[in-house]
Design a protein around this ligand. Structure first.
Ligand SMILES: C[S@@+](CC[C@H](N)C(=O)[O-])C[C@H]1O[C@@H](n2cnc3c(N)ncnc32)[C@H](O)[C@@H]1O
Length: 212
């Protein structure tokens, strides 16, 4: 791919002006954001806006999050190269791809089958061989692969789901937007005694739905 085709300049600018400028500084996160081709994850026709400072539509009425928010959540998750991560809300697969650059393995759950299928194919085509996507309900987590060193939730539940807290390793971090319309982005750490919780910032995510 030529420099122009792979849009690395647009990504470098995105990282400089949208992400570093707002205080994200973890080098591995910045590197992942400079590397993952966001234009391959947006809906057809939106490739030219892939490095804009905004969320964008994907199929099934869902969205791919704003790049800055992806970077903030990835940094907050504090992921080391040997760690295993769970993502809830695969969507386009973009956040999973960023996490895959940071972790040993990423498990990701998506409630809309069409999105899970498209993301699986896309991630494989792009060579992300350390991501496993499953169609299912994120409220239950993925007990077969627990405990997780980090859990990143990219849809908003009204309360922190207990199953996700239970599936955190001791020392593990859960990053989750909590609330109905506007949400608090919370960082929850599991300690040997229990959980430490901090609120990071206000955010707006689509709701985490409860499938019947
Ligand atoms: C803001 S989008 C996620 C963006 C995605 N991480 C990306 O990088 O493109 C939220 C996603 O969460 C999914 N979702 C909502 N409720 C869910 C649930 N209970 N379990 C799993 N996924 C869910 C939605 O279908 C949607 O794809």
């Amino acid at each position: 791919m030529s420099e122009a085709d792979d849009r690395s300049e647009a990504r470098a600018r995105m990282v400089r002006t949208q992400i570093e400028a707002r205080g994200v500084s973890e080098p591995r996160v910045l590197d992942a954001m400079r590397t993952v081709p966001r234009h391959r994850f947006v809906a057809e026709g939106y490739e030219g806006r892939a490095y804009d400072d905004s969320p964008l539509p994907i199929a099934a009425g869902q969205t791919i999050s704003q790049p800055y928010i992806v970077a903030v959540m990835s940094e907050a998750a504090g992921i080391q190269p040997h760690e295993v991560v769970l993502e809830i809300g695969t969507g386009s697969g973009y956040q999973a791809a960023v996490l895959a650059r940071l972790a040993r393995h990423v498990y990701s759950i998506e409630v809309v089958k069409e999105l899970a299928d498209v993301a699986t194919t896309r991630l494989a085509e792009l060579g992300f061989d350390n991501v496993t996507v499953r169609h299912g309900d994120g409220y239950a987590g993925w007990p077969e692969h627990a405990p997780f060193d980090a859990i990143v939730v990219t849809a908003a539940p009204p309360e922190v789901p207990d199953a996700l807290k239970d599936q955190l390793a001791v020392g593990g971090r859960l990053v989750v937007p909590v609330g109905e319309y506007e949400q608090d982005l919370r960082l929850i750490r599991r300690t040997p005694e229990g959980y430490d919780e901090t609120t990071m910032m206000g955010v707006r995510f689509v709701p985490m739905v409860k499938p019947r």
